[in-house]
Design a protein. Structure first.
Length: 163
């Protein structure tokens, strides 16, 4: 195996682990915000369930939630200002799960994390066309900020995308 292949495999594992860490944070955050009947769809429905990672209920409403965990900053030090979010399967998932599609964006830093939560329906451009990502700039107008710069106590050296 070449060094490039080893590096690519290591990067894929790092991203997968960061995603799994984000899903754990998402589960705790949902519980802390009064959600119930939380189901991890990749464990109960099928692996790589389209769009949604979690299914949860609150006040009689069902939520199909896509969790997007990322490093807050890119390798070059600039803000990771957009998280990809494909809306290709949203309508089918909403129908199958009888739930409204939502997203959770979790930017991690070395010692802290934040959480934003919002409806996929609000992710539209000025012309009403669905966005293919979650804008995560400092002045993000989408979703609600549930947690801002909360300290974590993980050894984040494995998850960071910097050298």
């Amino acid at each position: 195996m070449s060094e490039d292949e080893k590096g690519g495999k290591k990067e894929a594992m790092r991203k997968k682990a960061l995603g799994e860490l984000g899903e754990l944070v998402a589960l705790k955050t949902l519980v802390d915000h009064g959600f119930e009947k939380i189901t991890h769809l990749n464990d109960t429905k099928r692996r790589n369930y389209p769009f949604a990672d979690l299914l949860a209920e609150k006040d009689g409403k069902r939520y199909a939630i896509s969790v997007k965990a990322r490093n807050k900053f890119q390798k070059n030090g600039t803000l990771n200002s957009r998280y990809n979010l494909s809306q290709a399967h949203v309508a089918a998932v909403e129908a199958e799960l009888n739930a409204e599609a939502f997203w959770m964006a979790i930017p991690f830093e070395k010692n802290s994390y934040s959480v934003r939560f919002g409806s996929v329906a609000e992710l539209k451009d000025a012309n009403g066309k669905p966005l293919s990502g979650i804008p995560m700039g400092e002045d993000c107008a989408y979703g609600k900020e549930w947690i801002k710069d909360k300290p974590h106590y993980f050894d984040f050296s494995y998850f960071t995308n910097t050298n």
